[in-house]
Ligand binder design. Structure first.
Ligand SMILES: C[C@@](CO)(OP(=O)(O)O)[C@H](O)COP(=O)(O)OP(=O)(O)OC[C@H]1O[C@@H](n2ccc(N)nc2=O)[C@H](O)[C@@H]1O
Ligand SMILES: Nc1ncnc2c1ncn2[C@@H]1O[C@H](COP(=O)(O)OP(=O)(O)O)[C@@H](O)[C@H]1O
Length: 276
């Protein structure tokens, strides 16, 4: 059996630059990854099977177009393979929540199949599979700190902040990524600045916060509660939301904030983690 973690993807910043003719938006984003995420297990089998377990499995039942099986089928087509595989997805992350859940699952499936079939992670056919599965999938395939450009698939490696405590909070609202992008006001506010990762992130923004808050005003409550927590160094919505995150200068400050947030909002989803 091969097991892969689909590490949660965070955008420390996301600047939308322009609408493209192909229905996507040109963006710049700072990708980082958390140590936790969904889990994918793959085992060669007589026939294909796909099982979803875990606390967020119900959000996906009935959907026959899962990014995990799409990744499996695309990989086999691209590499001309036929062997059947049993895949289990342990869905730990909320769905459609701005932390790359489906994209990370697709990427983890590609990594697992590459390991199973001794395909090199730098194989251009594997990268092509990732690019065809979604804008975030190339970043999730590597799961390394990077500047993302284009629609998110053009990556430049950056020095990360491994071990930085991070608290993820989702108020239980699923947002359509496309709908949030449609709400962007069309104003290009310029590129992400230069400098080390945290100083670039602090000076930058997430241009999708405003349209996401218009669709789900509770996101503003999450952000303001996190901003009031002692030791919070950077508070922002991730991706197209609704998950927000706060980076902390100590694990204790992160744990204290988690206690405050869960006491105030027991129905919100929280994850205490650290950056990879
Ligand atoms: C917004 C981001 C930021 O990292 O993440 P999430 O919020 O989904 O986590 C990504 O750009 C999401 O990437 P991904 O989830 O792979 O999106 P895709 O399947 O490629 O696109 C879903 C829809 O989002 C919109 N989209 C996505 C990327 C982009 N650069 N411009 C867009 O306009 C399009 O309407 C597209 O049809
Ligand atoms: N394995 C999966 N996990 C989550 N969402 C999935 C998966 N497969 C397909 N999807 C679909 O992809 C959409 C976006 O998923 P996801 O990547 O979790 O959003 P986000 O990137 O905002 O976290 C969801 O609306 C869901 O219907």
């Amino acid at each position: 059996m091969i097991e892969e973690t689909a590490w949660a993807k965070l955008n420390l910043a996301l600047h939308v630059r322009a609408r493209r003719d192909d229905g996507y938006h040109a963006l710049e984003t700072l990708f980082v990854f958390a140590r936790h995420g969904d889990q994918i297990a793959l085992t060669p089998a007589e026939a294909d099977s796909f099982t979803i377990v875990g606390p967020f499995a119900d959000s996906l039942t009935g959907e026959d177009d899962n990014l995990v099986t799409r990744a499996r089928d695309l990989f086999r087509e691209r590499f001309g393979l036929r062997g059947a595989v049993a895949i289990t997805l342990d869905k730990q992350l909320p769905v459609a929540s701005g932390i790359g859940g489906g994209s990370a699952d697709a990427a983890a499936t590609l990594r697992g199949l590459a390991a199973m079939h001794m395909v090199d992670m730098g194989d251009p056919r594997l990268i092509d599979c990732a690019e065809r599965l979604g804008s975030d999938v190339p970043a999730c395939l590597r799961s390394m700190t990077a500047l993302g450009q284009g629609r998110g698939e053009t990556l430049s490696a950056l020095a990360g902040m491994p071990g930085t405590p991070v608290l993820l909070v989702n108020p239980g609202v699923a947002l359509s990524t496309g709908q949030v992008f449609d709400g962007w006001d069309g104003i290009d506010r310029g590129p992400i600045g230069k400098g080390d990762l945290i100083s670039r992130a602090v000076q930058a923004r997430n241009d999708l916060e405003k349209p996401a808050i218009a669709l789900a005003p509770v996101i503003a409550d999450v952000l303001s509660l996190l901003e009031r927590q002692p030791g919070a160094r950077l508070v922002r919505m991730s991706g197209s939301g609704a998950t927000c995150f706060a980076l902390f200068d100590s694990a204790q400050a992160c744990a204290d904030a988690a206690s405050v947030v869960s006491a105030a909002h027991p129905d919100w989803w929280l994850l205490e983690s650290e950056l990879l």
